[in-house]
Design a protein around this ligand. Structure first.
Ligand code: KIV
Length: 271
């Protein structure tokens, strides 16, 4: 029996075991109770309450505007819908950089007020102190390297990261550092597949990729992208499993038609 099928609740230890056994980890983003229930009942291993909520739920251009209170609202909704999956919550921009005490307080608020199982945080050596302080409180931390969207104004573009030797070398060092200080997993976003595979081989903790190829220990996608609810975003790494935008639009148009034509409600649909 696979680890995935065996467990009643996915923990950080379960993910470690999955890596050991070569069993791939499935992760998707989730932001609300109803979707979390569907994801959880489908058997997803990890639900990431990503700060991509800023884009897909709130319509912002970047992940920077979302607040800690808003992340807590999304995360507590997701936790109520997830019985089995590990729920991981992004620390939003401005709640951990440059101040490890603020980082700890932000992480504690997330754990206390949402019931989630872990937090995720973007960056390497530059946020070491914050990660260590959060870990010292017994809070599991998932790292995030490569394209880190909270730094989009520094990068200036969403192109593939770490193609140059120097950036690739720093990424490898950061991954080792995050492992050494105690992170339980790392997300690698939009980097060359060869580099991601090398990192996954060199570190013992699970590496979850998005746009990082198949040589890693698991995959994550933004739910609204893989379901085809968002339309304008079409990077090469994205596989769309549905065209929900058109499906929902079609259903809504049918409803409008039925209301206008007085077909809805019919005699059986009233009291
Ligand atoms: O916020 C998010 O959705 C993420 C994933 C892209 C990994 O961080």
């Amino acid at each position: 029996m696979s680890v995935h099928h065996d467990v009643k609740r996915v923990t950080t230890h379960v993910l470690a075991e999955m890596k050991l056994k070569g069993e791939k980890i499935s992760m998707l983003t989730g932001y609300d109770y109803s979707m979390a229930r569907i994801l959880d009942n489908s058997g997803i291993d990890v639900i990431l309450v990503g700060d991509s909520a800023s884009n897909v739920m709130a319509g912002h251009e970047t992940t920077l505007p979302i607040t800690l209170n808003q992340m807590i609202y999304h995360a507590s909704s997701v936790v109520r819908g997830a019985q089995r999956a590990l729920v991981v919550v992004d620390l939003p921009f401005g709640t951990y950089q440059g101040n490890s005490l603020e980082a700890l307080n932000s992480a504690i608020r997330i754990m206390k007020e949402t019931g989630a199982g872990a937090i995720k945080i973007e960056g390497g050596a530059e946020i070491k102190e914050s990660v260590e302080r959060i870990l010292s409180a017994g809070i599991p931390v998932m790292g995030h390297l490569g394209l880190t969207p909270q730094s989009i104004h520094k990068f200036g573009t969403y192109v593939v990261r770490a193609k140059e030797e120097a950036e690739a070398q720093k990424l490898i060092e950061d991954a080792h550092l995050l492992e050494e200080i105690g992170c339980f997993a790392i997300v690698l976003e939009k980097i060359p597949a060869k580099l991601a595979a090398q990192v996954a081989q060199e570190v013992r903790i699970p590496i979850i990729g998005i746009g990082a190829g198949s040589g890693v220990d698991g995959q994550v996608l933004v739910l609204h992208d893989m379901l085809g609810i968002t339309q304008e975003f079409s990077p090469r790494f994205l596989r769309r499993y549905h065209n929900l935008y058109d499906e929902i639009k079609g259903a809504v148009q049918s409803y409008i038609h039925d209301v206008k034509s007085k077909d809805f409600p019919n005699a059986k649909e009233q009291y």
